[in-house]
Design a protein around this ligand. Structure first.
Ligand code: SIN
Length: 279
């Protein structure tokens, strides 16, 4: 097996690891690589849906996306489909986000495989939220440590032009703006353009200005990011507690179709305290 970092900070491409074989020692190895690199790109995989779900279960229970309940979607509840067709205007995940951060207990990670690739393009870009926090100035870091923000699923829906029916609800939850990664204790900037609606206890204008500054910091810094180009047989998994991602829609009118398995988180994100770094 070969582990080739994608950048010195984020992501690794793994060659020679068949994800259909996740017997005990290999499962532990997989979990270690996941925590270390946070974005893992496996090439030449031959997963079917059941094997895909088995890989997800190495990390925990499988998550059911709230849209399955809000829109009474049919199909396997543990499979979230990403689909872009010729006339799709906004693709799943087509702006910076962490998956379903609007839940009390946001997912720990996601694993995506594509069933249909466009001839070119359709990359996924990831951004390291620990480095995003660490590259802010000290005064801004200190201000953020005091703050909480509301993550609202309906913000995400509005972007796609969707609204739940009046009798249906979509999650909304308030989380600290800087959280501790549950396994490493490292700080993670925990606001994202997809779901974070407002910072608590502030005027609308103050909240908007701070969020816009942070969203721009994430979007404008290629040095915090890694970019993954898909090939037939590629499977990508990302640590949803550590990175944000962006699905690049540069391939219309071609189609792109994938299935994502998402892993339930270990509990609500906890505020990061500077002393956690020394532990
Ligand atoms: C997503 O999970 O947000 C979609 C990522 C992708 O389609 O590349």
């Amino acid at each position: 097996m070969e582990i080739e970092p994608i950048t010195p900070h984020l992501g690794a491409q793994i060659q020679g690891f068949d994800l259909r074989d996740i017997s005990n020692g290999r499962a532990e190895h997989l979990k270690d690589m996941f925590v270390e690199h946070r974005v893992l790109v496996f090439r030449d995989q031959k997963l079917d849906r059941d094997a895909h779900k088995s890989v997800g279960r190495v990390f925990g229970q499988l998550h059911v996306h709230p849209s399955k309940k809000a829109f009474e979607m049919k199909g396997d509840p543990e499979i979230f489909k990403v689909r872009a067709q010729a006339d799709t205007v906004k693709v799943n995940g087509g702006r910076w986000h962490m998956d379903v951060s609007c839940e009390e207990n946001p997912p720990a990670g996601s694993i995506l495989r594509l069933l249909k690739l466009p001839p070119h393009g359709g990359d996924t870009v990831f951004c390291d939220m620990t480095r995003a926090f660490e590259t802010l100035s000290a005064p801004v870091q200190h201000m953020l440590l005091e703050l909480e923000a509301c993550h609202d699923g309906e913000r995400d829906l509005r972007w796609y032009g969707l609204t739940p029916n009046p009798d249906q609800t979509y999650p909304s939850w308030t989380h600290p703006v800087v959280v501790a990664h549950p396994l490493t204790g490292k700080p993670v900037l925990f606001v994202n353009e997809g779901f974070t609606e407002e910072i608590a206890d502030m005027s609308y204008d103050e909240s908007r200005s701070i969020l816009d500054m942070l969203f721009a910091h994430i979007a404008r810094a290629p040095g915090l990011q890694c970019r993954v180009t898909w090939e037939p047989g590629t499977v990508v998994m990302w640590d949803n507690r550590a990175v944000q991602h962006f699905a690049v829609h540069d391939y219309a009118p071609h189609e792109r179709l994938g299935e994502r398995v998402t892993i339930v988180g270990q509990g609500p994100p906890m505020a990061w305290k500077p002393e956690l770094l020394e532990v």
